[in-house]
Each structure stands twice: as structure tokens, then as C-alpha cells.
Design a protein around this ligand. Structure first.
Ligand SMILES: Cc1ncc(COP(=O)(O)O)c(C=O)c1O
Length: 387
């Protein structure tokens, strides 16, 4: 189907931050499969874990205990403070699980038509409930009727959430710690802490979508940890499997007790193969101290971009957190993606005019500097216009 506007390039292999196409050309990957391959391409520890697990046992279904999945759940509980996990295959599915938890939690409190507050500019996935939660009319277009039970308010506006939460049928607040698709938005410090307090005061579930921000990307294991809070529900995918499809919906307290046997499921979710990959990802991040490394590299790149582009006419802002970086231009700049590719560089443009970079956590300083230099040169040339 033609649902993807694909670029005309085929990659055959990769190594670290580098990709190679079928003509043998080398590229620097500053996008890593849209925040997925945080450990870069063909990471030896992940490759070994996958090969060993594939040779032993790939799949049995969730009708039986899965030792690797149990270990992964324990590991994620220790990292997040959320004691229960449900495993699935993507970010959208993780959010579907979160939204089903919110609704059932509402029903358990006698609310017949539970409502979830979500944010304008958010992105939660393409399945119907995740799409309905997503605060972007562009991705809704053509797919109405959306599901009932969502109220959208501006991002980074706690008062707006407070006003919307005055309704008695509101059961949960769903939020991205940093906006990804919505333009690499960084909210005010303590935004999530204020939402946590509001949810505590009103008896609402705080559900944080860490699909893009999780697994060290923002310089903490999870974006919510910048505000020293623990949400009730956290969703993960992308960086969790370094390219192997795995998602997770984690919960604690009352939210962790909502889904009983037979209420939700996934045939593949958390099977031995994907769980082995995720365990290897976590081991490598811990062993190589990559969360701190993401913070250091992120600061280095943000500073370098600001120094080089901050005062350039046509650049509105350079922003980001950790290795989630956005250069906001005054004009639409989707063409930059193709120009970058021609120059041997993978980048993304989101929200029409935001050059978005999501490079891997395993970069050397020199590789990070090379990305800054090449992206800056491209933007300078783009803003200077045709020679
Ligand atoms: C914050 C966030 N949530 C959910 C999703 C959906 O994830 P998936 O494409 O794996 O369904 C994405 C994907 O970009 C995302 O960035």
C-alpha cells in the first residue's frame, strides 16, 4: 500500500551510527529508525542475545510462563518503580493497553463513560484508540468517527488540565514527557510534577507515554524521572528492543490491578525472542552507562547547534533534551530530508519546520560532532537558498 512516502534508498547493513546502502554508500544515521536503535545498528550484544535465543526458543504464547519476559518485567519494575507489565508489539498497542486500563478503572468506580484528558500536539499511535488520544487533526483526517471519551487541552498548560478535570467522568491524564512528532517540545520544568499533584488531588491516573522518550533518550532512563515523579501507567516501545518489535505498558498501584485474566492480550507480546533482545538492551545501557552518556552528548550537540545556528536568520530556535534535538526553522523544510540523504545523512523533519534528530546513544564525540557539522551545513545552505 502507498501509506508510506518512502525515500528511494535501500540499506543492506549497518554498524553503530553508520548505515550502508545497496550501492555500498555510507550514511550517518542521526535518526536511528525514529528513536528505535539507541544502541546503533548491529550491536554485538543484542545480535548475540537474539541468535542464542532464536536457536533455543522463539515463541510459546502467553498461555505459559516465559522466563525471559518475567526477568524483563522485574528489570523494568526496578528501573521505573511500576511493579506490573503487559507486553505487546508496538507503541500504539502499549497505549491501547493504557487506555483500556483507564476505561476499566473508570467502570470499576461506577463511571459508565470514562474520559481521558490528552494533549494537543501529542502523538500516541495509529490504532483507533491511540489515534483518538493523539492531539493532531492531520493524523485524524479521513478516519472519523474517532472514539468518544477524550478531551484535548494545550500541551504544557496545567491549568487547562485542571479545568478539564473538573468533569466527574474524567479518569486519567495521558501525556508525552517531551513532544516528539509534535515538534520536539520541551515543557516547563516541573510540568509533569504539577500533573502528578493534580492527578493525586483529583484521584486520576497519570499515564505517561515514554514510547519515544524512554530508554535513556532524554538523558534519564525515562522522561518522567526529570521531575522525580512516578506515574501510574507508563508506555514503552521503540528503544526497548533496539529494532526488535516490543512494546510494554507498565502500571503500579490500583492501575496495576485493573486487567484480570482474559481482559486483554497479545499473541506475540513479550515472547522469548523479543524479551531476550530487550534484556540485552538494558544490560548494555547499564554496563556502558549510556543514560549519562546520552545526557552528555545531548548537551554537547545542543550547545554546538546553538553556537553555530542560534543567531542565523531563518532559525527560530534550537531545542531539545538529551538526544532528542530539534532545530526549528521559520519556514517549512521537508525538502531537507532528501538533501540530507543525498549528502549521506539521515534526519527527519516533523511539524513542517522542525529538523528532528534522534541519534544513537553509542556515538563517539567525533561522530556527534560530525552530525552537528553536517546538519548545520545543510541548514545553512538551505536557508541561503539556491546559489
Ligand atoms: C510518543 C509516541 N507514542 C506512540 C507512538 C506509536 O508507536 P508505534 O509506531 O510503535 O505504534 C510513537 C511513534 O512515533 C510515539 O512517538
Amino acid at each position: 500500500m502507498s501509506n508510506y512516502g518512502r525515500l528511494d534508498v535501500t540499506f543492506t547493513h549497518g554498524s553503530g551510527v553508520r548505515l550502508y546502502d545497496d550501492a555500498g554508500r555510507e550514511y550517518l544515521d542521526a535518526l536511528c529508525g525514529i528513536a528505535v536503535c539507541g544502541l546503533g545498528h548491529a550491536h554485538p550484544d543484542v545480535a548475540r542475545a537474539l541468535a542464542e535465543q532464536a536457536a533455543r526458543l522463539v515463541h510459546t504464547s502467553n498461555l505459559y510462563r516465559i522466563e525471559r519476559q518475567e526477568r524483563l518485567a522485574e528489570k523494568l519494575a526496578a528501573l521505573t518503580g511500576l511493579e506490573r507489565s503487559f507486553f505487546c508489539n508496538s507503541g500504539a498497542e502499549a497505549n491501547e493497553a493504557a487506555l483500556k486500563i483507564a476505561r476499566k478503572h473508570g467502570h470499576q468506580q461506577g463511571i459508565e463513560r470514562p474520559v481521558v484528558i490528552a494533549m494537543n500536539g501529542s502523538f500516541h499511535g495509529r490504532t483507533m484508540a491511540a489515534l483518538s488520544a493523539t492531539g493532531n487533526p492531520k493524523v485524524h483526517a479521513g478516519f472519523t468517527p474517532l472514539l468518544d471519551g477524550f478531551l484535548h487541552v494545550p500541551y504544557d498548560d496545567v491549568d487547562a488540565v485542571g479545568a478539564a478535570a473538573a468533569r466527574a467522568d474524567v479518569v486519567a491524564v495521558m501525556v508525552d514527557p517531551r513532544l516528539g512528532e509534535g515538534g520536539v517540545g520541551v515543557p516547563q520544568p516541573r510540568y509533569l510534577a504539577a500533573l502528578r499533584k493534580l492527578c493525586d488531588d483529583r484521584g486520576l491516573l497519570l499515564m505517561v507515554d515514554e514510547v519515544q522518550t524512554g530508554m535513556g533518550r532524554t538523558g534519564r532512563w525515562f522522561g518522567f524521572q526529570h521531575d522525580d515523579i512516578v506515574p501510574d501507567v507508563v508506555t514503552l516501545a521503540k528503544g526497548l528492543g533496539n529494532g526488535v518489535p516490543i512494546g510494554a505498558c507498565l502500571a503500579r498501584g490500583a492501575a496495576a490491578e485493573v486487567l484480570g485474566p482474559g481482559t486483554h492480550g497479545s499473541t506475540f507480546g513479550g515472547n522469548p525472542l523479543v524479551a531476550a533482545a530487550a534484556l540485552a538492551v538494558i544490560e548494555v545501557i547499564e554496563r556502558d552507562d549510556l543514560v549519562a552518556r546520552a545526557a552528555t552528548l545531548g548537551k554537547r550537540m545542543l550547545t554546538a547547534f546553538r553556537d553555530r545556528l542560534g543567531a542565523l536568520a531563518g532559525v527560530r530556535e534550537v531545542r531539545g533534551h538529551g538526544l532528542m534535538l530539534g532545530i526549528v526553522l521559520e519556514q517549512p523544510c521537508a525538502d531537507l530530508v532528501k538533501q540530507a540523504l543525498a549528502a549521506g545523512l539521515l534526519i527527519n523533519v516533523t511539524a513542517d519546520r522542525v529538523v528532528r534528530l534522534l541519534p544513537p546513544l553509542i556515538m563517539s564525540d567525533a561522530e556527534a560532532d560530525a552530525i552537528v557539522d553536517r546538519v548545520s551545513t545543510l541548514i545553512e545552505q538551505f536557508l541561503a537558498g539556491p546559489a
